[in-house]
Design a protein around this ligand. Structure first.
Ligand SMILES: Cc1ncc(COP(=O)(O)O)c(C=O)c1O
Length: 411
C-alpha cells in the first residue's frame, strides 16, 4: 500500500490566501455591484519592461533558426547571465561574488524551499514572526517540525518576533540555531536592515556555525544609499550566508519566472562524520540532478535587465510602485492609522485601528471600503493586530482605495 508524506497533514488547511479568496468571493457574490480593489496578494500589475520583451522576441527568433536554436542549457544558467549578475549586482557593490557561485532558477519560492534538500533534518531552524510563509511550510513538509498549536506555531521551530517594539528587526537569539531565514526588505512588514544589524547576524552565524538564508527578493526597492542590498556587503558573510534574489518584483517577472541563488564556494557545513563539506558542491549536484535550467528565452529577458535601457525601465517600474507605497503611507497616516515599511519596500504594514484583530480589520475593510488587504496574523502569531497593504497595483486603484479608506476611517 502506498503511503504519503504525513508531514503534509500538519499544514493548516485554511492557508492564508485561499481563506482571503473565500471571503472575497463570498462578499462579491452577495454584493455583485461592489468594485473590489485588491491590495492583498503581492503580485505585480505593470507590464514587462520593453527591453526584456525585445530580448525575448529576438530569442524566440533564434529558436526558430536551426543555426541559433538552443536545446538544454547549463543547469546553473548561461554564463553570460551569471557574469552580468556577478558584475552588476555584486562586484559593483564591492561584494566578492563570482559568476560560478550564481545559480539561475525559475523562482525564489522554489529556491528557498529546495535549499533544504542539501541540509540535514536535525538542524534547529529560526524564522521571524511574522514571516514569508514558504520558509515555514517547506520545513513542515520536510518533517523538520512537530504539529502546529492553536496560534499556528509549529513545534520545533524557533520564532523570533518582529513587532513595532523592536522596529521589525529580530533580536539575535540567545540560544544556538543552525539555520536562520532573514528577509530584507521584509515581506510582510516592509522593514529594512542596516549594515550593523546584518553584521550582528553574520557575527552570530560565524560564532555558532550557523547558515543564514538571506532572501533579498525586494532588494531593488532600496533607495536609501546607506542600506545594504546584499548580505555579502558584510565582511564574513561568504562563510555563513546563502542569498536568494528574484527578477519577479524587480522587473515584473512574476509570470515570466527567473531568479537566482548565490552559494559562495567558501561556505561549508558539517557532515555526520564531522567533516566540513562545501555547500556549493551539494547545491550544484542538487540542481544538476533535479533541475534542467531556465528557458533560453527567459534568461535573455533577464539579461536585458542589465542593459542601459533595461536598467532605466526597471528603475522607472520600481519608482512607480514606491510612489504607490508613499501614497498608501500618507493616506493611511492621514486617516489616523499607524503605518510602517513602504519606504524602501513595496509593502506597507499597519497597526489595525481600535485594536481590531487582523481578520476583523480585513472584514471591515472589505465590507466598508471594498478593499482587500492581507491579515498580519496570516504571516505568524506576532502579526496579530497588524495588516499588510501591497503597493503592487495601478495608480488609479491605489488612489481610489486610499480615498475610500480615508473617507471611512477619518471620521
Ligand atoms: C520574500 C519573498 N521571497 C520570495 C518570493 C518568491 O519569488 P519568486 O517569484 O521568484 O518565486 C516572494 C514572492 O512574493 C517573496 O515575497
Amino acid at each position: 500500500m502506498a503511503t504519503i508524506n504525513d508531514n503534509y497533514l500538519k499544514l493548516k488547511a485554511g492557508y492564508l490566501f485561499p481563506e482571503i479568496g473565500r471571503r472575497v468571493n463570498a462578499f462579491a457574490e452577495a454584493n455583485p455591484d461592489a468594485k473590489i480593489i485588491r491590495l492583498g496578494i503581492g503580485d505585480v500589475t505593470e507590464p514587462l519592461p520593453e527591453a526584456c520583451r525585445t530580448a525575448m522576441i529576438k530569442a524566440v527568433e533564434e529558436m526558430g533558426d536551426r543555426a541559433t536554436f538552443k536545446g538544454y542549457g547549463p543547469e546553473q544558467g548561461y554564463a553570460w547571465l551569471r557574469e552580468k549578475i556577478a558584475g552588476d549586482d555584486f562586484q559593483a557593490r564591492g561584494c566578492n561574488v563570482d559568476a560560478s557561485e550564481i545559480f539561475i532558477s525559475d523562482g525564489s519560492k522554489c529556491d528557498t524551499g529546495n535549499i533544504l534538500d542539501i541540509f540535514g533534518d536535525d538542524n534547529t531552524i529560526a524564522v521571524t514572526d511574522p514571516v514569508y510563509p514558504v520558509y515555514v511550510d517547506t520545513n513542515v513538509m520536510a518533517g523538520h517540525t512537530g504539529a502546529a498549536n492553536d496560534k499556528s506555531e509549529f513545534e520545533g521551530l524557533v520564532y523570533l518576533p518582529i513587532t513595532a517594539e523592536n522596529n521589525f528587526t529580530a533580536q539575535i537569539p540567545a540560544q544556538k540555531v543552525d539555520l536562520i531565514y532573514l528577509c530584507f526588505p521584509n515581506n510582510p512588514t516592509g522593514a529594512v536592515a542596516t549594515k550593523e544589524h546584518l553584521k550582528a547576524w553574520v557575527d552570530y552565524a560565524k560564532a555558532n556555525g550557523s547558515i543564514i538564508f538571506f532572501d533579498a527578493a525586494y532588494e531593488a526597492y532600496i533607495t536609501d544609499p546607506n542600506l545594504p542590498h546584499s548580505i555579502y556587503e558584510i565582511e564574513g558573510a561568504r562563510d555563513c550566508a546563502i542569498e536568494f534574489r528574484s527578477f519577479s518584483k524587480t522587473a515584473g517577472f512574476t509570470g515570466t519566472r527567473c531568479a537566482f541563488t548565490v552559494v559562495p564556494k567558501t561556505l561549508t557545513a558539517k557532515a555526520s562524520d564531522g567533516s566540513d563539506v562545501e555547500l556549493w558542491k551539494l547545491w550544484n549536484r542538487r540542481q544538476s540532478t533535479k533541475f534542467n535550467g531556465v528557458s533560453y528565452i527567459v534568461q535573455r529577458a533577464a539579461e536585458a535587465v542589465y542593459s542601459e535601457a533595461g536598467k532605466a525601465q526597471v528603475k522607472a517600474l520600481v519608482s512607480f510602485y514606491l510612489e504607490n507605497a508613499k501614497i498608501i503611507r500618507e493616506k493611511l497616516s492621514e486617516a489616523g492609522i499607524s503605518v510602517y515599511g513602504g519606504v524602501n519596500a513595496p509593502y506597507v504594514w499597519l497597526k489595525t485601528p481600535n485594536n481590531l484583530s487582523s481578520w476583523d480589520f480585513f472584514d471591515k475593510l472589505l465590507q466598508t471600503c471594498n478593499v482587500v488587504g492581507t491579515p498580519g496574523s496570516g504571516f505568524g502569531a506576532a502579526g496579530e493586530g497588524y495588516f499588510r497593504i501591497s503597493a503592487f497595483n495601478s495608480r488609479e486603484n491605489v488612489e481610489e482605495a486610499m480615498r475610500r479608506i480615508t473617507e471611512k476611517f477619518k471620521a
